[in-house]
Design a protein around this ligand. Structure first.
Ligand SMILES: Nc1ncnc2c1ncn2[C@@H]1O[C@H](COP(=O)(O)OP(=O)(O)O)[C@@H](O)[C@H]1O
Ligand SMILES: O=C(O)[C@@H](O)C(=O)COP(=O)(O)O
Length: 434
């Protein structure tokens, strides 16, 4: 199975979101955690066989130079494995700051590929993200009025993506507007060519419906680099199919049977996650950690694990959350600083997840991208197989931890939930799907 699409995702939930989109659209896809160490990148190549590989980085909020270095290393691994097109996946809410990392990473990837132009399209209509006249909406709200203006790490206070990306790149940014996108793939392709010839390095491409995303995907069939959310990936498998490179993959989303106790660990402070925690309170044991009262990762983890004793079971999850509304997040950040506050909570939740797995948890939902990065790294997971979707953008995945010969592979089922994704009942519903 030759590798077709090589993907680099700037966080772990974003990576499973993209992998899920590709699996749903017929590509055998594997998520790899972090860049495979250089020494391992010798023959035989350790990347798994797949139509698409998504390398999950935790590079959304790291210093731009680190994000660039990791993304380039991931690109090298994917190109060496034969990828014919690269995809840089960032958040459907364009999570970034003026320092990066979307612009700087995209600039570096374009340079590596010797290319001068890429589209940028985070639209994801199934989750309410649409772009009109370059302005990003989350549901009915402009990005800067959607709750994303209060994000603990990447507050988004400007909805105009032409401006936002423009502040992050040395190149210039144009727009392929709705009126062109409505006309379909040929018009979009021509508009992008005109922008590239006119010296634009990027085009924000408007998209409101899945049909728009499919047309944009078709228009970008020959682009060496695609950048965007998972939505824009929905049109890409058809390009490979049209070239006779992608046979039917009926078992693309098959996972081993799930075992073990159930738990949710939440570090996302998004409106959606806070709503899901509120809903879960009426249906399952929920522990909300008071981080301000105990700003100590080890002590918080010990509290949470002691609380879980006697509550863990195989039918219904326990929910352990550090998530808090904006005023509480602001109070912790005022005390510790933004990055230290985030890191403290991430360490605490990673230790909680390790403790839960040691106590027999085999099905774990993690809410939050940075939080998922911390948890998955602490669990020592290297690779995820992608299963069926629970809600748009959130599949169950399976992390193999080994197996006796001839036996079912041993491992843990993980659902890495983007902070903003999932219905209010997600923390309960997830366990009815595995
Ligand atoms: N009570 C809290 N106070 C301050 N920061 C918090 C709190 N709870 C969680 N965080 C931090 O907020 C960040 C949330 O980011 P993330 O996990 O990516 O969620 P999302 O998917 O919503 O973006 C993490 O760094 C997490 O550690
Ligand atoms: O595109 C999206 O919205 C998600 O795939 C994503 O990137 C999630 O990031 P978090 O909201 O930080 O979980």
């Amino acid at each position: 199975m030759p590798l077709l699409l090589g993907c680099i995702a700037d966080d772990f939930t974003g990576a499973t979101d993209l992998a899920s989109m590709l699996v749903k659209n017929g590509m055998a896809t594997v998520q790899v955690i972090g860049v495979p160490p250089a020494a391992e990148r010798q023959e035989p190549f350790p990347l798994p066989e797949a139509d698409a590989i998504v390398i999950a980085l935790k590079s959304r909020t790291t210093p731009a130079n680190e994000a660039i270095a990791e993304s380039l290393a991931a690109a090298e691994a994917l190109l060496a494995a034969g990828a014919t097109q690269l995809f840089f996946k960032y958040c459907s809410t364009f999570d970034s700051t003026d320092a990066g990392n979307i612009g700087p990473v995209a600039d570096a990837l374009l340079k590596r590929l010797g290319a001068g132009f890429a589209l940028a399209c985070p639209a994801f209509p199934a989750n309410g993200r649409s772009i009109y006249q370059g302005h990003l909406f989350a549901g009915a709200h402009l990005l800067n009025e959607s709750g994303m203006e209060n994000h603990p790490l990447t507050p988004m206070r400007d909805p105009n993506l032409v401006r936002v990306l423009g502040r992050q790149t040395e190149g210039s940014v144009g727009l392929v507007p709705f009126s062109v996108v409505e006309q379909g793939a040929t018009a979009i392709r021509q508009a992008m060519t005109r922008l590239a010839e006119g010296g634009r390095r990027y085009a924000i491409v408007d998209a409101v419906t899945d049909a728009h995303l499919v047309a944009i995907g078709e228009a970008a069939a020959k682009h060496p680099l695609i950048t965007g959310g998972s939505g824009i990936a929905m049109g890409l498998p058809a390009n490979f199919r049209a070239q006779g490179l992608l046979p039917p993959r009926p078992d693309a989303a098959a996972l081993p049977a799930a075992r073990g106790l159930c738990a949710v660990v939440a570090g996302s402070c998004s409106r959606a996650t806070l709503g899901q925690i509120g809903f879960a309170r009426d249906h399952a044991p929920v522990l909300e950690l008071d981080v301000l009262a105990t700003p100590d990762a080890a002590a918080l983890a010990a509290q949470a694990l002691a609380w879980s004793e006697g509550k863990l079971n195989a039918e219904r999850p326990v929910v352990i959350a550090a998530s808090a509304p904006p005023e509480k997040v602001a109070a912790l950040q005022a005390k510790l600083g933004r990055d230290a506050a985030g890191a403290l909570v991430e360490h605490a939740l990673a230790a909680v997840a390790q403790g839960l797995v040691a106590r027999g948890v085999g099905r774990l939902v993690v809410a939050g991208g940075e939080t998922s990065g911390a948890v998955v790294s602490a669990l020592g997971v290297r690779m995820l197989r992608i299963g069926a979707e629970i809600d748009p953008g959130v599949p169950w995945t399976f992390a193999e931890t080994g197996s006796a010969e001839g036996a079912e592979p041993a491992g843990i089922h993980l659902a890495l939930k983007s902070g903003n994704f999932g219905g209010r009942d997600f923390f309960l519903k997830a366990f009815q799907h595995v």
